[in-house]
Every structure is written in C-alpha cells, then in structure tokens.
Design a protein around this ligand. Sequence first.
Ligand SMILES: Nc1ncnc2c1ncn2[C@@H]1O[C@H](COP(=O)(O)OP(=O)(O)OP(=O)(O)O)[C@@H](O)[C@H]1O
Length: 255
Amino acid sequence: MRSSHAIALEQVVKTYMTKTEEIHAVGPVDLTVKPGEFLTLVGPSGCGKSTILSLMAGLIPATAGTVRIFGEALHSPSPRVGYMLQQDCLLEWRTIKANVLLGLELRGLRSDRTVGRALDLLHELGLGNVMHHYPSQLSGGMRQRAALVRTLAVDPDILLLDEPFSSLDYQHKLNLEELMVTVLREQEKTSVLVTHDLEEALAVSDRVLVMGGRPSQIRRTLTLPAEVRAASPLEARSHPMFRTLFNELWREMEH
Ligand SMILES: Nc1ncnc2c1ncn2[C@@H]1O[C@H](COP(=O)(O)OP(=O)(O)OP(=O)(O)O)[C@@H](O)[C@H]1O
C-alpha cells in the first residue's frame, strides 16, 4: 500500500504487564512521520520515549492501536527500519569492517554492490584507515561511527536512534551529529531520535515532540523554522533564533 507517511501511530497504547502490576506506559498516541523527516522525542525519564521507538521497530507489540510503516501494519521487525542504541553493540572479536558487514550477512544481502556501498560509507565517516582494527582499538566516537555505518549498510529507509551519542564527550558528540545529519540528509532517510539533550534535539531535527504525563502523551510539537532546519547542526546552534527555541523547549519541559 502506498502511504504519504513513513511511520504512523494510530491510537497506540502500550501497557506493560509485570508479575505484580500493569504499567500504563504510553497512550493513546497518534503520531505521523513524513518520508525524509527528522523527528526527535524529548521528555522526562520514564515517559515512554524508548517504548515508542521499540513499537516503531516492531520489537514489542502495541496493547491497542496500530503502528504502520509506509502504510503497512507492523507486526514484527521490518527490514525497512534500522535501530541504533546508546551502546554500540560491536562484536569485539570482529574487525570494524567485519562488524559493519554483519547486518548484510545476517540478512543475506552481501554482494559486491552492498559491500562496496558499506566500504564507501566507512570512508565517508572517516573510518577507512581503521577498518581492519578491532573495536577495542577505537575511541568511543569512532565506535559509534562504526555502529552508524553498520546500521546504514543494510540501507534502511527509517533510522531509529535511541540516545546514540549520550556516552560521548561534547566534541565527539558535535562531530558525530554533524556527520550523521549530513549522511542522513544526503540519503533522504527518515529518522526518529530519542535524546535528553535539548540542544541536540533542536540542532538536528525538523520537528521536536515533548512527551509527558502518565500514561505518556504528546504534550507539545515544536516545528523548527525553515532557516534553522536548513542549517547544519553546528550552524543551527549559532543561529540567532536558537536560544529562543531552546528557552521555549526548556519551559515546556519544566511544566
Ligand atoms: N519491559 C518493561 N517491563 C515493564 N515496564 C517497563 C518495561 N520497559 C519500560 N517499562 C516502563 O515503562 C515506562 C516507560 O519506559 P521507557 O523506557 O519507554 O521511558 P523513557 O522515556 O525512554 O525513559 P528514559 O529516558 O529513562 O530512557 C517506565 O515506567 C518504565 O519503567
């Protein structure tokens, strides 16, 4: 089915059943993401941001409602969706190149063309000279870049990013944001990021959703002005409107 939405959540509810209680984590939530859009979810700890990503990844079922990926109801993980976590999850006994090619091998997609594309991405993200190194020989920022290449190597249409830079120091984080946004815009990927860093949310996104409440709802949508969206994350941070947008988002979080 053709759809104008890359992702759609329709009246989605998630309740976790533990041995002792029902945890009403999310919903009902309605939410759509356009193809090529960069959406970020922010909100206090425990408000259900990772739950929403897991629902979009097809890793957990919704208790009620429907999750659609390009119009199709999602019942299990979709090959059109890639997921990148805070931990890089690189296998220590495989080289960076072998780690990056792992997803292709597992999905039976390894060919001269897909390997060539993955190696091009390794070079583009500045890892060409360390592709035969092992993860333990790399810095945290380089490891996360390798994890990003591994996620992109299988060419998903949608990228789900769960605090991928939170373990990095400030400089590495800014560098990786810049690289990631450049590559994702070039490749016209649809992206959903979860972060606690409000500046990061404003610097990389087209739209920021503030979540909160219990069960969690979307409390506020902030669409970034076109001139901020057109800028790179570093340029966006020094845009004259950036401080005002930050204060607006901060006030919403304080609520
Ligand atoms: N597997 C699970 N079983 C039971 N409860 C869960 C499970 N996963 C999450 N929860 C609960 O659901 C709620 C939402 O959790 P979630 O991890 O989605 O929030 P979050 O906004 O991503 O939090 P953080 O910012 O701290 O990562 C929390 O109350 C959490 O304890």
